[in-house]
Write a protein that binds this ligand. Structure first.
Ligand code: NAD
Length: 489
């Protein structure tokens, strides 16, 4: 812990001195509305000042992105691939710095964040390899025409990201946008600005021309809104809450913005009594109690068959009570503090809601310490599907367990929320697994597995969990336009 703290302080010294400025056209620019303070959730101490950008900063960044667009679009694919690969190398070289800063900024445990930085590098490498393919078109002959379909980058785009695993998620949007030939204005979450700054620095050092990636810090209702409304910005790639997704859509209406929305979830993990229960137990724990439960794909509802419920829950309680809550930079810590005071209040508010609704707090349900925003990993049992703890996205290390009798009942409960991001099915009956997955309302389903990302596959949700897909060629569908040319023959 002490070594990590020492290293972190070394990395933070420069931010303390200069604060975090906006980065526009390769230059540091102060925010239109002065600064706001970034605070660590570990002990509520100030980290540094952050530029508080507004509409005029967004305008400058959008113009910079528009100016840089034609050259970036026309750069030979091999050169673009080289730059993206160099960004990946830059991320790998500074992975430790990224991980430490991210832990301090967001409260997420180093044990998990050290890998998240490398996932960011992987995102760049993967899309670097796709650069050539992004340009591929099709030749579709008809009797009188040779039909050629080409793909062109849509133009400058806005990327708006949340505070949970902010570095990895930013790369997941920015890498394909750059690979497609788009230029970017990035508005990172106000609660976690540190690693967005590191990313733009790494990109520029890797040779990304000025103006191709611009960062404007600030609040959603101000800088974020201005980005959605800006006429030069052709599309918004957004990751965040479902209700913010609605605002993004509304704000972009006048300029006919193309939006990609990756939103909230209340994902079910369904455990049938014929499953490998040891593996299911490990996965249930991993998918809600790692990364503080602050992840969109977390399985926050456990649907467990009544024949095994008591046994499974007893083992779960025993394991949950052993999870280590602590300083996020302690390598042994599994759960760090929640990201902010506001979020801490939200999550802890569900302890009372659960009791009032008649559920049982079988583990946790308490805060830890006085300084930061720490909560114990929590398990609610005796819940029913209509309770708020079974319907609303809590976004913390909090699991709601609901029993079911038949497959039909499990399906009805699984589909009984406004969300539809992921689902996890545990059974050794292959026919049931297929039948169930087919009828489960979710964009992504894993059978007998926790969430394992494979970058070429589509990522995204249905219902209130989002519109659009990322991953492989799906990313290019969003960042590019199809163009048809018919030649008379
Ligand atoms: P949020 O919606 O509050 O904020 C996300 C971003 O949107 C921030 O940068 C914020 O400043 C900005 N924003 C807020 N209001 C805006 C507005 N009016 N116009 C433009 N931008 C605005 O979300 P959060 O609390 O930072 O993140 C947590 C949420 O993100 C959870 O709901 C989680 O499920 C979701 N999430 C989804 C995915 C996914 O892939 N589906 C991934 C990660 C997180």
């Amino acid at each position: 812990l002490n070594t990590n703290l020492e290293r972190l302080n070394g990395h933070l010294a420069r931010f303390r001195e200069t604060g975090i400025l906006n980065r526009i056209a390769g230059r540091d620019v102060p925010g239109e509305h002065g600064v706001f303070q970034s605070v660590s959730p570990v002990d509520r101490s100030a980290i540094c000042d952050v530029a508080r950008g507004g509409a005029s900063d967004v305008d400058a960044a959008a113009r910079a992105a528009a100016q840089a667009f034609a050259d970036w679009r026309d750069l030979p694919a091999t050169e673009r691939r080289q730059i993206l690969n160099r960004i990946a190398e830059g991320i790998e070289a500074r992975a430790e710095e990224i991980a430490l800063c991210e832990c301090w900024d967001t409260g997420q445990a180093h044990k998990f964040m050290s890998k998240a930085a490398l996932r960011g590098a992987e995102n760049f490498r993967y899309f670097a390899d796709q650069v050539v393919q992004a340009r591929d078109g099709k030749h579709l002959r008809s009797p009188t025409l040779m039909n050629v379909t080409t793909r062109v980058p849509i133009g400058p785009v806005g990327v708006i990201t949340p505070w949970n695993t902010p570095f990895m998620l930013s790369t997941w949007k920015i890498a394909p946008a750059l690979a497609a030939g788009c230029t970017v204005v990035h508005k990172p979450a106000e609660a976690s600005p540190l690693t967005a700054r590191l990313l733009v620095e790494i990109a520029e050092q890797a040779g990304l021309p000025p103006g191709v990636l611009n960062t404007v810090n600030g609040f959603g209702e101000d800088a974020g809104k201005a980005l959605c409304e800006h006429p030069v910005i052709k599309a918004i790639a957004f990751v965040g809450e479902s209700r913010t997704g609605s605002l993004i859509t509304r704000q972009g209406a006048d300029t006919l913005k193309r939006n990609h929305l990756e939103l909230g979830g209340k994902n079910p993990v369904i455990v049938f009594d014929d499953a490998d229960l040891d593996r299911a137990l490990d996965a249930v724990i991993f998918m809600i109690y790692s990364i503080n439960g602050e992840r969109c794909t977390s399985s926050s509802r456990l649907l467990v068959q009544d024949t095994i419920k008591d046994r499974f829950e007893a083992r779960l309680i025993e394991r949950v009570n052993r999870i280590k809550v602590g300083h996020p930079l302690d390598p042994a810590t599994e759960i760090g503090p929640l990201v902010s005071e506001e979020h801490f209040r939200k999550v802890t508010g569900y302890f009372e809601i659960a009791k009032a609704d008649g559920a049982t707090i079988a583990a946790g349900g308490e805060t830890v310490g006085e300084d930061g925003y720490f909560v114990r990993p929590t398990l609610f049992t005796d819940a029913t599907t209509r309770m708020r703890i079974a319907q609303e996205e809590i976004f913390g290390p909090v699991l709601t367990s609901i029993p079911f009798g038949t497959e039909e009942e499990a399906l009805r409960i699984a589909n009984d929320t406004p969300y539809g991001l992921t689902g996890y099915v545990w059974t050794n009956d292959l026919t049931r697994a297929l039948r169930f997955s087919d009828r489960l309302e979710a964009g992504m389903i894993w059978v007998n597995s926790e969430n394992v990302r494979h970058l070429p596959t589509p990522f995204g949700g249905v219902k209130a969990s989002g519109i659009g897909r990322d991953g492989g060629d799906w990313s290019f569908e969003f960042y590019m336009e199809q163009k048809h040319i018919g030649f008379a023959t």
